[in-house]
Design a protein around this ligand. Structure first.
Ligand SMILES: C[S@@+](CC[C@H](N)C(=O)[O-])C[C@H]1O[C@@H](n2cnc3c(N)ncnc32)[C@H](O)[C@@H]1O
Length: 260
């Protein structure tokens, strides 16, 4: 089987077209949301599907206690490497749909990088929210970053969608994305296939990730929060702004859930 692009932490950020300074901007916005919706200072932070926890590394440098969970040992290993201040984040290898970790309760949790829609079934959505809810103190916040999904692409057979080339410090990557068909009656509303031909100086690797996605819009998150009996949705913000209305949302939105 071909490996996942997450086996190559230095590559996937470029493949996802992350812009320079984006992580810092997102982290600043999270802190603004916490100041707006929480009365107490934030000391303990949980990063869901953290990867190497780039947001968590920034917060840990600001003396917050940060814990990341992710299923990828490679991403976790990358998070543990690097400058000594990276040791500020503690990692647990877990699946996100249902998990527990031996930690005291957190003030806030966040799920960045628009990965939340990989939770497909109602059971997974609810057990995920309950897992996070059990780890948050009452009144604590769970901020979830979700991309704006305004183009459902129904296909009858696998179809190429985008093609581009990106360069990283040590490789050239040819990225091709495909849409795959999915059953009309499931909660899946897209199956996204990401193929990367990575040309390192001395070798070539092909990665493939097939990612079923449940389109997530604010009312679905609000319903899931209520159904979990652990959260209520207290705010929705667009494009890292407190003032841009949903109608003018360009790229992404942030759902803010509060632990009841
Ligand atoms: C796009 S990366 C984002 C990482 C990090 N939050 C960031 O902003 O750089 C998505 C991460 O989600 C993790 N992931 C995806 N599905 C998961 C699952 N079911 N359980 C645990 N981790 C998962 C992947 O291993 C990967 O590290």
């Amino acid at each position: 089987m071909e490996p996942s692009v997450y086996e190559y932490p230095s590559i996937f950020r470029r493949v996802h077209m992350e812009k320079s300074g984006e992580i810092e901007e997102e982290t600043e916005f999270l802190k603004k949301v916490w100041r707006r919706h929480l009365k107490k200072p934030v000391r303990r932070v949980l990063d869901i599907a953290s990867g190497d926890s780039p947001h968590g590394q920034i917060l840990a440098r600001e003396r917050m206690r940060v814990v990341g969970i992710d299923r990828s040992p490679t991403m976790i290993a990358a998070g543990k490497r690097g400058p000594r201040d990276r040791m500020g984040v503690r990692f647990y290898r877990r699946e996100i749909n249902k998990f527990s970790i031996p930690e005291r309760r957190f003030d806030v949790a966040f799920f960045m990088s628009e990965t939340f829609p990989v939770l497909i079934t109602n059971d997974d959505l609810l057990s995920h929210l309950q897992s996070v809810g059990r780890l948050l103190r009452r009144g604590g916040l769970y901020c979830i970053d979700i991309d704006k999904m305004d183009r459902i692409r129904m296909v009858r057979e696998r179809k190429r969608w985008q093609r581009r080339k990106v360069r990283t410090a040590d490789a050239t990557v040819e990225v091709t994305t495909y849409d795959r068909p999915f059953p009309w009656y499931s909660a899946i509303q897209s199956v996204f296939e990401l193929e990367c031909h990575i040309k390192f100086r001395d070798r070539m690797v092909t990665t493939r990730d097939v990612i079923p996605i449940r389109y997530t819009v604010p009312p679905l998150l609000e319903l899931a929060a209520k159904a979990s009996r652990m959260f209520e949705m207290v705010a929705v913000y667009t494009d890292l702004s407190f003032v841009t209305p949903l109608d003018e949302c360009d790229r992404r939105w942030l759902g803010v859930l509060q632990r009841v």
